[in-house]
Design a protein around this ligand. Structure first.
Ligand code: OAD
Length: 234
């Protein structure tokens, strides 16, 4: 089976009701990124940050994967698929994708603020107990924080993701403005000659040449991509 690696961003989940970050009316317009998604913001007001992610969790629990997530999961019948996502939601997993690498953390998980990546401190929240309370402690006694990679923090999964991209036979980007590094730099790990598709209703600027641009929303773009990649097999 050929190896298909897909990088997804906020646009992938837009049709599930989630705001993107940088579009007009996007999340960072309503909640300043420096306050709710940066390391300094966390240090300045951890309660505000925890409240913000409690709200996003409530929204995620109500949300459903969209047709784009489902079609991507269905491609596992034809390809060895790895999803590298910048999204912190779990909609790829809930749609049935079996190999998902989360670059920016996971909304339904919390961890220690002293030792963020210590597996003993990472806890999964459930749909009926997803709110972090003010002053709540992680397993090591430090303040509990979202398992989210804040701006100013390292992206521990980037090397794993880069290895995946550099062994891809086909590479796809869905719903990302490609403005946030190191995720956006993954495009440069694609081997020469490997077909690259980009699904987004808006123009996306990138220095990489030879990309097939499907200017559509994630669901319609995935319909077209499925047709392009598997049309003859179905
Ligand atoms: P952005 O908000 O920067 O970009 C979203 C992209 O999705 C844009 O190019 C939109 O045109 C496109 N889009 C909008 N609706 C769409 C739809 N229905 N289908 C497909 N595409 C659509 O989001 P990201 O590139 O994901 O990090 O942002 C990267 C990171 O910046 C995020 O992971 C987040 C943010 O700060 C953290 O929170 C750590």
């Amino acid at each position: 089976m050929k190896k298909l690696v897909v990088l997804t961003g906020a646009g992938m989940s837009a049709e599930s009701g989630f705001s993107t970050f940088r579009d007009a009316g996007g999340l960072w317009e309503k909640y300043p990124v420096e306050q709710v998604a940066s390391h300094d913001g966390w240090l300045a007001d951890p309660e505000l940050v925890n409240r913000f992610y409690n709200g996003l969790r409530r929204q995620l629990i109500e949300a459903r994967p969209n047709r784009g997530h489902e079609l991507l999961a269905a491609l596992e019948q034809h390809f060895e698929v790895t999803v590298v996502t910048q999204n912190v939601d779990n909609l790829h997993e809930r749609a049935g994708s079996s190999r998902v690498i989360h670059l920016h953390g996971e909304l339904m998980k919390v961890t220690s603020s002293r030792d963020v990546d210590n597996p003993h401190c990472i806890e999964e929240l459930s749909a009926d107990n997803y709110e972090v309370q003010p002053g709540q402690k992680a397993k090591d006694g430090s303040l509990m924080r979202p398992y989210i990679v804040f701006f100013q923090e390292a992206v521990p999964m980037i090397e794993t993701a880069a290895r995946e991209v550099s062994s891809a036979d086909i590479f796809v980007v869905i719903g990302s403005s490609l403005q946030v590094y190191p995720a956006a730099g993954l495009l440069h790990y694609v081997r020469p000659g490997v077909p690259v598709y980009l699904i987004d209703p808006q123009p996306v600027s990138t220095s990489v040449e030879g990309i097939t641009f499907l200017r559509k929303k994630a669901s319609e773009g995935m319909e077209e991509l499925t047709q392009l990649l598997c049309g003859r097999q179905e």
